[in-house]
Write a protein that binds this ligand. Structure first.
Ligand code: MN3
Length: 204
């Protein structure tokens, strides 16, 4: 199949002043689009062209000869997930049931935010920071380099923040910690996390 750029789940200016329309337009319209275009070119007239996106990611994850396909396919999926991780109504306090789960896993909501920020700050170079669940429903924070995704690690992603420089350079220049703090305080989509927890096998 030919992949297309999924539309944003919000208007480009909806997240201002926390994330500018200019950042969103470049990030979605140029970067995310480029991954889609590259992926389509790489799988054209190959057996992978018949497969859904997640299957392409799984099939190419451990095959060095398919690194280009993996990187572009995973980046298509990672970005689609990232846009859903953001909300104009995001940030602030999580709903009570989710706050309880975060407190069980991390000690407190504040401690979750600190640990998530620290993981993002300490990711050397480009990558992603994730809240994930394992099959037992245990919540953990992980960071991944470049295009790497928890989908190939047997983990269910619950939320992500993109820490590639292109995600924040126009708004924050080199200040990745400030970008992560803004994500956690104003943009993180708690409702999306709560919805994703329901998909975990253990039911969390
Ligand atoms: Mn990006």
């Amino acid at each position: 199949m030919t992949f297309t750029l999924p539309p944003l789940p919000f208007e480009p200016a909806a997240l201002e002043p926390h994330m500018s329309a200019r950042t969103i337009e470049f990030h979605h319209g140029k970067h995310h689009q480029a991954y889609v275009t590259n992926l389509n070119a790489l799988i054209k007239e190959t057996p992978l062209a018949k497969e859904p996106l997640e299957e392409i990611i799984r099939q190419t994850a451990k095959d060095d000869s398919k690194a280009g396909v993996f990187n572009n396919a995973a980046q298509v999926a990672n970005h689609t997930f990232f846009w859903q991780s953001l909300s104009a109504q995001g940030g602030g306090e999580p709903p009570a049931a989710l706050a309880e789960k975060l407190t069980t896993a991390f000690g407190s909501v504040e401690s979750f935010k600190e640990q998530f920020k620290q993981a993002g700050v300490s990711q050397f170079g480009s990558g992603w920071v994730w809240l994930v669940a394992d099959d037992a429903g245990t919540l953990t924070i992980i960071k991944t380099g470049n295009a790497m995704t928890p989908l190939t690690m047997g983990l269910t992603p619950l939320v992500t923040c993109d820490v590639w420089e292109h995600a924040y350079y126009l708004d924050f220049q080199n200040r990745r910690p400030d970008f992560l703090q803004t994500f956690l305080d104003h943009l993180i989509n708690w409702a999306f996390i709560a919805e994703n927890i329901k998909q975990v096998k253990a039911g969390a």
